[in-house]
Design a protein around this ligand. Structure first.
Ligand code: SF4
Ligand code: SF4
Length: 807
């Protein structure tokens, strides 16, 4: 030990002393290990240890932490623990962070993220299955099969998809490891978990060493107890077994795996290094990124000892690593028919699909997705990072002189070269993009810049819908096999089930809530049972909110890059936030509807008609009375109403063109109730008397009162008018839906399904479509009052924004 090293962790000081005093330098371990051959006996390494010296303190990261030295040492020295403690010391001193480990840490972070974790505990659950990260990724079907099999002996079996944080453990990130692992085990304890069944030897090691309060057992032990029948038809062949090094001292799982292999009908020929003296596969201790030669030497030894025999192992990580060098089978491949384990990026997709399938399979009374406190901090920082990046790009653009190329006008002029076919070119690009898996965002930005927010939305929604339809048709008729090969797995199967049960609703949900990647989703629907027409219509309607949000935001991006922040930028951000809140609102609504099913009210046509007659009579009486009162006693008010009527007629007849300025002049002196009254009258007239013509009152009101006040006037008036029109619609058409229900055998007054509400909102949102049409849908389909209000408010708000952006 170097005397200048100062204060070190007491546990490390103790281990260094043990190595110095206990190791005789016999060299038994050195003969087994390429790392020790390079750096000397554990006593040599302990003697020259200097935590202050970065080079010296980093050599512990080249040890595979396999424990073979510990297993063979006749003196009972434990070098593996010493080298792990050295790693922790290096991390404490800020010398244990290597860029080569970033990939592995990202893998770990993903495994413990909210998106990838899922805990599901049924009622009375005391045992959970913890499959780890690698097995669900490479063998999702086998993982599910194991869960089903285990349930035969543990009916209330829980399921926990999470990462045990072994990578951080091995990299000496003790604090992080303890924080994450303890948070998980505390949750287990507080929910009555007593036993953990693991599939991965690394998880087994972590739970055994750091959570002694639980009984930790491998699934292989339980499977061996259940004695599975031999389900594989593969011919029995001699195999050899690779025991993962982390589990070298645990005879029970080693024996169980051998029992399972024998049950599968294969004969076992042991290698010289097996069980307690097993060799590392090369992946141990996260050595390979830093010292690939040392890591590779372990794999080479395994290949030599296997001598051409098929290797069977029970660690998905070992199988993956050794599988690049020789034929390797995971023991579960033998039991569960795994045709070909997945690798690369598809393993992440598999884990997400498996999570989704478990969510539908485990009868969970308690669930959770883990929030990594460290990850969530970075998640909260993401908007700030985005703004910082945007600011950096703006500065670069301005300082670098690139702003001259970002003039929307120049881009428009460039595009104008295509003449009238420019929109067609844009739409054609959008049609081809999804089939070629090209991301839509760059196209959207270009479209929004060139065509502006309104026509950008129109062309984009047309192009995106046609593109989604093209991919759908390719999957259904032209390249079904090709698509099927890419969409294997339970999640896509579930999508098929969902579509079979709920038809277009599955399309609606997946378009509104981006759970699936857009491009793959289009292909996936092509393989389901949904009709093309349903798919196309639902895609068009339910992509509209997201399209409006993205295009509005994108239309301002070039301006922002040049340092000009427009109102479209803020509106776009607001819309993006609103669209991103849809999943949360949907979850809230789903939970609410599950909690409180509304009883159906029986419908009676006669009673309904009697009620309508009564309402009509009261309305007539009220109108006649009001009219007489005004004419007789309030002649001034009558004159005032006449003036309003006169002005409205003027608006109706003249506001189309040059008279707009005169109307603005007329509005300017007004304020408060009077302005609101005029707005209401104008919008009512626009809605009922001239539904197909544009009175341009939105322009007049924003010019007279300013953007936001003017918008508040005409949007508020629109909402009131829509409410009245919806009431009229319900009054006139409201019996049609119960009649339809009765024909279907249901005597009920139940409101229409939610998709009708979305369709009404879409109709209300588009400025060119008469307001009363959407309102009639809202009323005629007897939407629930709360839902009606939400639909009308959303539709009118989007219409008002669209009008603002396009005038
Ligand atoms: S690689 Fe394995 S055998 Fe070699 S020192 Fe490290 S733990 Fe011991
Ligand atoms: S086997 Fe034990 S005593 Fe021998 S060199 Fe290795 S650690 Fe030292």
């Amino acid at each position: 030990m170097n005397s200048s090293m100062g204060k070190i962790r007491p546990s490390l000081a103790k281990m260094l002393a043990e190595a110095m005093n206990g190791c005789t330098g016999c060299g038994v371990c050195v003969r087994e290990c390429a790392y020790l051959k390079l750096y000397g006996t554990p006593r040599d390494i302990a003697g020259s240890y200097d935590p202050v010296d970065s080079k010296n303190s980093s050599i512990c990261f080249e040890c595979s932490l396999c424990g073979l030295c510990t297993a063979v040492c006749p003196e009972g020295v434990d070098p593996q623990k010493l080298f792990l403690e050295m790693r922790r010391e290096a991390v404490d001193r800020g010398k244990g962070s290597f860029p080569e480990h970033k990939g592995l840490l990202a893998y770990e972070r993903t495994g413990m993220s909210r998106r990838f974790t899922w805990y599901g505990l049924p009622e009375g659950c005391t045992t959970v299955f913890f499959p780890g990260c690698a097995l669900p990724g490479t063998r999702p079907a086998a993982t599910m099969a194991v869960y089903e099999k285990l349930k035969e002996s543990v009916p209330a079996l829980g399921l926990v998809m999470d990462c045990c944080a072994k990578p951080s453990h091995d990299l000496g990130r003790e604090q992080f490891f303890q924080q994450m692992f303890n948070e998980m085990t505390d949750w287990f304890k507080s929910h009555g978990v007593q036993r953990v069944l693991v599939a991965c030897p690394n998880c087994y090691k972590v739970f055994s060493d750091y959570a002694p309060q639980f009984e930790t057992k491998t699934v292989y032990e339980l499977l061996a107890e259940i004695t599975p029948e031999r389900i594989s038809d593969a011919p029995a062949v001699p195999v050899t077994i690779h025991d993962p090094c982390v589990i070298r001292f645990d005879e029970a799982p080693q024996g169980a795996v051998r029992t399972l292999i024998a049950t599968a009908g294969h004969s076992i020929e042991e290698m010289p290094h097996a069980r307690k003296t097993a060799l590392c596969c090369g992946e141990g201790g996260t050595v390979s990124p830093l010292a690939p030669d040392l890591a590779g030497s372990w794999g080479a030894l395994r290949v030599d000892e296997a001598a051409g025999r098929r290797l069977v192992t029970y660690c998905a990580g070992c199988a993956n690593h050794l599988g690049k060098k020789l034929p390797v089978t995971h023991v579960l491949d033998m039991l569960c028919y795994t045709p070909k384990p997945s690798s690369g990026l598809i393993t992440y997709v598999n884990r997400l699909r498996l999570k989704s399938r478990f969510k539908g399979t485990v009868p969970a009374a308690v669930t959770r997705e883990r929030v990594n406190p460290n990850a969530s901090r970075s998640g909260k920082l993401r908007p700030l990072l985005f703004l910082a990046a945007l600011a950096a790009v703006i500065i670069l653009v301005r300082v670098g002189g690139a702003s001259q190329y970002l003039e929307p006008e120049k881009l428009r002029t460039l595009f104008a070269g295509f003449g009238v076919v420019a929109p067609l070119v844009y739409i054609a690009c959008y049609i081809v993009a999804p089939a070629l898996m090209f991301p839509g965002l760059p196209l959207s930005i270009a479209g929004a810049t060139v065509f502006g927010p309104f026509w950008g939305v129109v062309y984009t929604i047309i192009g995106a819908t046609l593109g989604a339809c093209a991919a759908f048709l390719i999957a259904r008729y032209a390249a079904r096999d090709w698509v099927e090969r890419r969409l294997v797995g339970s999640r896509w199967n579930k999508l098929d089930d969902e579509t079979g049960k709920n038809g277009w609703k599955a399309v609606a949900v997946t378009r509104l809530i981006p759970l699936f990647p857009f491009n793959l989703l289009n292909f996936a629907f092509g393989l389901t049972q949904i009709s093309f027409l349903q798919y196309a219509v639902a895609t068009f309607i339910f992509m509209l909110p997201g399209t409006i949000a993205y295009i509005t935001f994108s239309s301002s991006l070039l301006g922002v890059l040049k340092g000009r922040v427009s109102r479209e930028f803020f509106i776009g951000i607001g819309l993006l936030v609103a669209v991103s809140l849809i999943p949360k609102v949907a979850a809230w609504y789903k939970g609410r509807s599950l909690q409180a099913p509304r009883p159906a009210v029986p419908w009676n046509l006669r009673r309904s008609l009697q009620r309508k007659a009564a309402v009509l009579a009261v309305l007539c009486l009220l109108s006649a009375g009001t009219y007489t009162l005004i004419r007789k006693f309030f002649w001034a008010l009558d004159a005032y109403l006449y003036t309003i009527e006169f002005n409205l007629l003027f608006v109706a007849s003249r506001l189309q063109d040059a008279e707009l300025a005169r109307f603005v002049e007329y509005l300017v002196p007004m304020s408060g109730m009077r302005a609101a009254g005029i707005a209401l009258a104008c919008q009512a007239m626009a809605a009922f008397a001239f539904p197909f013509s544009s009175l341009r009152t939105d322009v007049a009101f924003t010019s007279a009162f300013g953007t936001w006040t003017g918008m508040a006037y005409f949007a508020g008036a629109d909402l009131l008018v829509t409410g009245v029109a919806a009431s009229i619609g319900r009054f006139i058409l409201g019996d049609l839906l119960p009649m339809y229900y009765r024909r279907k055998g249901k005597d009920t007054l139940s409101p229409a399904p939610i998709w009708i509400g979305w369709a009404a909102a879409a109709l209300l949102a588009v400025p060119g479509i008469p307001l009363v049409l959407g309102a009639l849908v809202v009323g005629g389909f007897r939407l629930h009052p709360g839902r009606s209000l939400a639909v009308m408010a959303a539709g009118v708000a989007v219409r008002a924004l669209a009008l603002l952006l396009t005038r």
